[in-house]
Design a protein around this ligand. Structure first.
Ligand SMILES: *[C@@H]1O[C@H](CO)[C@@H](O)[C@H](O)[C@H]1NC(C)=O
Ligand SMILES: *[C@@H]1O[C@H](CO)[C@@H](O)[C@H](O)[C@H]1NC(C)=O
Ligand SMILES: *[C@@H]1O[C@H](CO)[C@@H](O)[C@H](O)[C@H]1NC(C)=O
Ligand SMILES: *[C@@H]1O[C@H](CO)[C@@H](O)[C@H](O)[C@H]1NC(C)=O
Ligand SMILES: *[C@@H]1O[C@H](CO)[C@@H](O)[C@H](O)[C@H]1NC(C)=O
Ligand SMILES: *[C@@H]1O[C@H](CO)[C@@H](O)[C@H](O)[C@H]1NC(C)=O
Length: 312
């Protein structure tokens, strides 16, 4: 009964600090700040207070605001927060109402446990793979990731290397190529409220997608009024062009038109376009794919433009 009366009295306290409030905030030294995590949207979050022996009553305050004493203190001294929301993040303190003595400090942080990471992997060159992931729901809490992989069901578990434990990507730099078994990547997200794991299955040769070819140029061929020469370089990220050749596709269009033409794939790094209209500018792009047809074509390179040679 005593407690209830006190609680009601303080509920009526004004929005600015009273003398009593100030006393309470004096001397939090020596009482450690405990960290507590809870789920956003939880119908009830309990903050516990060590009630001293004997005839004492406790009160709770949220330190970031001077709103006076918080209501909803249970008989055992714990504070009940309803419908937990981000606005309730912050530091709470529990005091002996008779003496003002600080009994406990809690830093409350609300958030969500991680959901299963959405994972995708890609490879821009043999024999390396990069993987990345994201969480669909923002957790509002520090969330760490671990990533491991193995080949097939019985393979040795190895680390997929992350730059940091909070990074959302990892890399595998020595993949066994042309394996008939899939790789399995295990990405686990952990935060103070829980953990969730995704297993992602892939074959390297299915996720292979080179970067676009580089340094495409369009130039004239002296004496040739209806031909232009295209020259480019393999993507610099493609590590072993001598062992794993690429094939290239060219698309080109006449200036001012919307229709483009495509060539047959070539393994060369140059190509002569024929049937060019004299005096007209053409725009060309090139894309690369693994010679053995694994994976996908790269994105198109930036366009390069030029016109055929014209006699003086
Ligand atoms: C706060 O504490 C200090 C020493 O611990 C004391 O000198 C001071 O009077 C206190 N202030 C109030 C408002 O109680
Ligand atoms: C508890 O405290 C109240 C007032 O603070 C007092 O009236 C009452 O006698 C006390 N009871 C005991 C058991 O100490
Ligand atoms: C908590 O949410 C429920 C359902 O939305 C609502 O009925 C209740 O009044 C809310 N309580 C507080 C303290 O906001
Ligand atoms: C793959 O990861 C490595 C190592 O972190 C990095 O150097 C490289 O740029 C990444 N490649 C891609 C295409 O993201
Ligand atoms: C996935 O990784 C987590 C964290 O390292 C581990 O606890 C779990 O056992 C792994 N799952 C499998 C199927 O390997
Ligand atoms: C090309 O396409 C754009 C939009 O798609 C259109 O506005 C324009 O008229 C087209 N030009 C020609 C020459 O067809």
């Amino acid at each position: 009964m005593q407690r209830i009366i006190l609680t009601i009295t303080f509920l009526l306290s004004p929005g600015f600090p009273s003398q009593e409030d100030i006393v309470w905030f004096n001397g939090s030294r020596g009482v450690p700040l405990d960290q507590q995590y809870a789920s956003l949207g939880a119908p009830e979050v309990l903050l516990h207070c060590p009630v001293p022996e004997g005839n004492s009553t406790v009160g709770w305050k949220m330190s970031s605001t001077f709103r006076g004493i918080l209501k909803a203190v249970r008989r055992d001294g714990s504070l009940v927060l309803q419908n937990a929301s981000l606005a309730q993040n912050g530091e709470y303190s529990c005091h002996d109402l008779a003496t003002g003595r600080l009994l406990r400090r809690i830093h409350l942080k609300l958030g969500y446990p991680p959901d299963k990471p959405l994972v995708w992997c890609w490879s821009t060159t043999y024999p390396a793979i990069n993987c990345s992931w994201r969480l669909e729901t923002k957790t509002h809490l520090p969330t760490y990731f671990s990533s491991t992989y193995r080949l097939g069901m019985g393979g040795e578990v190895k680390e997929c290397v992350q730059a940091t434990t909070v990074a959302n990507s990892c890399s595998i730099d020595n993949v066994q190529m042309f394996s008939i078994n899939p790789y399995v990547l295990n990405v686990t997200a952990v935060n103070p409220l829980g953990a969730a794991t995704t297993h992602y299955y892939f074959f390297q040769n299915e996720i292979l997608k080179p970067d676009p070819p580089e340094d495409l140029t369009v130039s004239q061929i002296p004496g040739q009024r209806k031909k232009i020469l295209l020259v480019w370089k393999p993507p610099s990220s493609w590590k072993f062009p001598e062992y794993f050749p690429l094939k290239y596709l060219i698309r080109y269009s006449r200036d001012g038109t919307n229709t483009s033409k495509m060539t047959r794939p070539t393994e060369q790094i140059s190509f002569v376009l024929t049937g060019i209209r004299p005096g007209v500018t053409y725009h060309a792009q090139v894309a690369a794919k693994d010679f053995l047809d694994h994976g996908q074509y790269s994105a198109w390179s930036p366009a390069a433009s030029g016109a055929a040679w014209m006699p003086e």
